[in-house]
Design a protein around this ligand. Structure first.
Ligand SMILES: [Zn+2]
Length: 241
């Protein structure tokens, strides 16, 4: 199947229309669509051990049959081979890193040539596993200030807790999901990578336009896909980076 149009890639990852990537917000989906519609370049899926990178790689490879899935970029040699392959086709790969900015830092630390990286890299998709609330029995609650403030909720705002019903076997949860952070590599980020890849500068530019992991966690909590406690855990994790 040929890649036909940018809109088709966006549709391919819409809920119910392609591989199931639960936990992906609309903003992340918007960033992913154009990057997958490019016929040439490298899309990286980054996350710590146990974050489900391989599952996301398989899901994305299924919706872009023309793309080449390179697997884990565990060494400089493999990373250089993936970059070379990305000169002629779309390459999907995974990398162990704390977040999307950290993935760029890891490749730079492997002494990957910055110009090659900036030229090839289209998108970094960072992810963390979360527990998805069962939508049939989740229970709305009004949390206190300790929860509303870090989540950016107005006082009186609603979040959700796990309930328990026949659909979820009484657990209150409907399986794992991933919280995503997208870093589309535009011309400015490409220049920052060539200039040394200073992490604060890349984050400062990228997350003005796109949600980072903490912002995604807030959205997932406010929309009732994960509990507030799960979101706070992700936010704390992101602040530790
Ligand atoms: Zn349930």
């Amino acid at each position: 199947m040929q890649i036909e149009a940018r809109s088709s890639a966006a549709t391919a990852i819409a809920p119910g229309a392609g591989p199931d990537l639960p936990g992906m917000t609309e903003a992340v989906r918007r960033a992913l669509g154009p990057a997958l519609a490019e016929k040439i370049g490298l899309v990286l899926i980054a996350g710590p051990p146990g974050s489900g990178r391989a599952a996301t790689l398989r899901a994305l490879a299924r919706c872009r049959p023309d793309a080449f899935a390179a697997g884990e970029l565990g060494s400089r040699r493999v990373a250089e081979e993936a970059l070379a392959a990305a000169r002629g086709r779309l390459v999907l790969a995974t990398l162990e890193a704390a977040d999307s900015i950290g993935a760029v830092g890891r490749l730079t630390a492997m002494r990957i040539e910055p110009f090659s990286l900036a030229f090839a890299l289209r998108l970094v998709l960072a992810q963390r596993l979360v527990r998805r609330l069962c939508q049939s029995c989740r229970e709305p609650v009004q949390p206190g200030n300790a929860v509303t403030a870090p989540l950016g909720l107005d006082p009186g705002g609603v979040v959700y807790e796990a309930g328990g019903c026949a659909a979820c076997g009484g657990s209150g949860y409907a399986g794992p999901a991933a919280a995503f952070e997208a870093l589309p590599v535009d011309a400015t980020i490409g220049r920052l990578i060539v200039c040394g890849g200073e992490e604060a500068a890349i984050a400062g530019h990228a997350f003005r336009s796109w949600p980072n992991l903490a912002a995604t966690a807030r959205t997932l909590a406010v929309t009732g896909q994960i509990t507030a406690l799960e979101a706070l855990r992700l936010i704390k994790d992101a602040q530790r980076q």
